[in-house]
Every structure is written in structure tokens, then in C-alpha cells.
Write a protein that binds this ligand. Structure first.
Ligand code: NAD
Ligand code: APR
Length: 237
């Protein structure tokens, strides 16, 4: 089968073999920290110091990691498809960019981006953040937060994501447990668009039955194998 328009969704599982913790696996992030304390607007209002400390630690840990073979395989797929390819990630790490992906949307934001609640502007932010951090745009202090979409908030880029899914003929979900909406609902939208739907994951996700095809295994194995198959079909087409 060859395809014209591809949408890829990734979750924490694609970065697991780079050493990034997932959220709901055994020993996942949410088994150690209550998501209501650090990934909700209420948690930030209640204790901003705790939220800054949580994301400062994640930002520091992400500095030392590198993209893996799965990230690199997706960059190859983008190079072959160009404008007919879109990568949507739920991940806030920079590993897809590190592997060369450019046609990329971060629907949950980025840990190295900061949002000023006073002026609404964003800034790249690679160091620690605190309640005394100052906005580079409006110089207000004490209103900076990590630019990450929290539970209960709407993700970024939803119009562009849903428009791409509505016209795709291949939708591939990689390394996500299918627990969090609206990302978990994208596969049904792709099916309505008539797309071929594929799940590449360590194990069946919550939404496994919605996919027409699945390859289960570690991302660094199943993703390069799948990409090679797609690119070979392109050559034969
Ligand atoms: P939701 O209903 O989509 O997801 C709730 C999920 O939270 C559950 O499926 C479960 O996986 C998880 N959850 C519930 N209780 C939990 C617990 N005690 N510990 C760990 N995980 C738990 O969430 P929502 O409140 O409707 O918000 C959805 C919106 O929030 C979406 O727009 C999504 O993009 C955004 N979001 C962002 C983040 C983030 O950290 N960037 C996290 C989650 C959701
Ligand atoms: N290869 C492939 N898949 C893997 C690997 C691996 N090496 N390791 C783990 N996985 C799979 C797990 O089986 C699981 O299905 O990755 C998935 C990770 O699921 P979660 O930990 O729930 O992460 P994710 O789906 O990205 O969470 C969605 O929830 O808390 C929010 O904002 C957070 O974006 C995140 C969202």
C-alpha cells in the first residue's frame, strides 16, 4: 500500500528508550506525583513553587537525553513525504526536533518554552523557572509558567490537527496509552476520513480496537521497520 497524506501521533512511549519516563507505565511519572498537583491550573494556583520545581527537574533531565532510532525513522519519513506529512506529539521533550523533524506540532506544549500570564507571550526557556522569574517581553515578574497544556485545558493547534486528520489516508499512533483526550480520539476521526489506521506500541493501548493494523514491540524496533516498509512501497508505487 502506498499513501499520499500521513499524520503521525506520538506519546511518551516513543521517548522511553531515550531514558524519558512515561506517565502510566509501572513506575511512571503519575505513580510518583499526583497529576492534580503539577499538571492542572488548580495545582499551579495552589502551589506554584511545587509546579516550577517539578518542571525544572524535568527540564534538567531532558537536557541529557538524545533522540533514538524511532525519532530518527520519523524524520526520514518526513524527508520523503514533505508537505504531505504531519507529526503531532503529546510529548513536551525536544527529541523529535533533535532527530530532524520540522513538520511537527506540540499539542501539549514544550518544557523549554515559557508563557507569561501577564502579557500572554511565549519565550524559549532552558534554565530553571521560579516565582521570581521575569518575562523577557513585558518584564513582569512572578507571572511566568512552563508552556505546557494541563489537564482540563485545550491543547494547542487543534484546528490544524483536525484538518490534517480529516484529509489523511494514513494515521499512525506511536507510544501512547490512549488515555487522554482529545489525542485518544484522533484514530476515530481518521477512520471517518477513510484513512488506514496503525498502532505502534509496546502493548495494546486503551484504543487498540480502533486500529486496523498494529505492530507491538519497542519503538526503536517497530517504528524503523514500519517506516522502511512505507518507503519501500513508495519506491514500488
Ligand atoms: P482527560 O479526561 O482527557 O484525561 C484524564 C486522564 O488523566 C485519565 O484518562 C487518566 O489517564 C489521567 N488520570 C486521571 N486520574 C489520574 C491520576 N490520579 N493519576 C494520573 N493520571 C490520572 O483529562 P482532562 O482533565 O479532560 O483534560 C484533557 C485535556 O488536558 C486535554 O486537552 C489534554 O490535552 C490536556 N492534558 C495535558 C496534559 C499535560 O501534562 N500536558 C496532561 C493531561 C491532559
Ligand atoms: N516503545 C513503545 N511503546 C512504549 C515503550 C517503548 N519502548 N515504552 C512504553 N511504551 C508505551 C506504553 O505501553 C504506553 O502505552 O507508551 C505508552 C505511554 O503511555 P503514557 O505513559 O500514558 O503516556 P502518553 O500516552 O504520552 O500520555 C498522554 O497524558 O499525562 C499526560 O501530558 C501527558 O502527554 C501525556 C498524556
Amino acid at each position: 500500500m502506498s499513501f499520499d497524506r500521513i499524520v503521525i501521533l506520538t506519546g511518551a512511549g516513543i521517548s522511553a528508550e531515550s531514558g524519558v519516563d512515561t506517565f502510566r507505565d509501572r513506575n511512571g511519572i503519575w505513580s510518583k506525583v499526583d497529576y492534580r498537583d503539577v499538571a492542572t491550573p488548580e495545582g499551579f494556583a495552589r502551589n506554584p513553587r511545587k509546579v516550577h520545581a517539578f518542571y525544572n527537574e524535568r527540564r534538567r533531565r531532558l537536557r541529557g537525553i538524545r533522540p533514538n532510532a524511532a525519532h530518527e525513522a520519523l524524520a526520514r519519513l518526513e524527508a520523503a513525504y514533505g508537505g504531505s506529512y504531519l507529526l503531532v506529539t503529546q510529548n513536551i521533550d525536544g527529541l523529535h526536533e533533535g532527530a530532524g523533524s520540522r513538520r511537527l506540532l506540540h499539542m501539549h506544549g514544550e518544557v523549554n518554552s515559557a508563557l507569561c500570564e501577564a502579557c500572554g507571550k511565549r519565550s524559549r526557556w532552558s534554565g530553571d523557572m521560579s516565582i521570581n522569574s521575569q518575562c523577557p517581553h513585558c518584564q513582569t515578574t512572578g507571572r511566568m509558567r512552563v508552556d505546557v497544556v494541563w489537564f482540563g485545558e485545550m491543547p494547542y493547534h487543534m484546528d490544524r490537527i483536525e484538518a490534517a486528520i480529516a484529509t489523511c489516508d494514513l494515521f499512525v499512533s506511536i507510544g501512547t496509552s490512549g488515555n487522554v483526550y482529545p489525542a485518544a480520539g484522533f484514530v476515530e476521526q481518521a477512520r471517518l476520513a477513510g484513512a488506514h489506521t496503525v498502532e505502534l506500541n509496546l502493548e495494546p493501548s486503551e484504543g487498540f480496537s480502533s486500529f486496523e493494523e498494529a505492530l507491538y514491540g519497542r519503538a526503536t524496533e517497530v517504528v524503523p521497520a514500519f517506516v522502511s516498509r512505507i518507503l519501500a512501497a513508495e519506491v514500488d508505487a
